[in-house]
Design a protein. Structure first.
Length: 163
């Protein structure tokens, strides 16, 4: 039978690897890397709000996430439009009572632009990127700050102008 101190130690360490009580905004969460980030963060216990430009895709994803037991809300928003961005921030602030712990932007256009210059010849799979994002959001990674961690298939080894 586990003693009290053993249980306390397990709880101490498991809380470092949990996002329970954290809130996140993930833009572009209905596709690709953004979708994987939503699922990764929810799987670790975070409450997430995401946005999409497409209402039907958003509704479909929200339904799937509800089935999985994830706490996800969503809204239609084009983050390239300043007024829509402002409305999104007000909505998220209201939903999370002014507390936002995690902000993740997913921009597919950037990924496609570097694909041809990546030594692996492909962009990262969604899960290859989302697991790093989730790790950096964990309390266990709290001392990692001000760093650039390249999840780029070797692009930075050869330099940005590799072709």
């Amino acid at each position: 039978m586990a003693g009290s101190s053993e249980i306390d130690n397990k709880q101490k360490y498991s809380s470092r690897w949990s996002l329970d009580g954290m809130t996140a905004l993930v833009t572009g969460g209905t596709k690709g890397i953004g979708h994987a980030i939503v699922e990764e963060l929810c799987g670790l216990g975070a409450k997430v709000h995401t946005c999409s430009r497409n209402q039907s895709e958003l509704s479909e994803c929200l339904s799937q996430w509800e089935t999985k037991g994830f706490q996800v809300t969503g809204s239609v928003c084009d983050v390239m439009t300043p007024s829509q961005r402002q409305h999104l921030i007000l909505k998220v602030s209201s939903l999370f009572h002014g507390k936002l712990n995690i902000l993740a932007f997913a921009k597919p256009e950037f990924l496609e632009a570097v694909k041809s210059r990546t030594p692996l010849g492909r962009t990262g799979e969604a899960k290859e990127v989302s697991s790093l994002v989730a790790f950096l959001c964990l309390p266990a990674a709290s001392y990692i700050t001000g760093q650039t961690i390249s999840v780029d298939g070797g692009l930075t080894i050869n330099g940005a102008l590799y072709s």
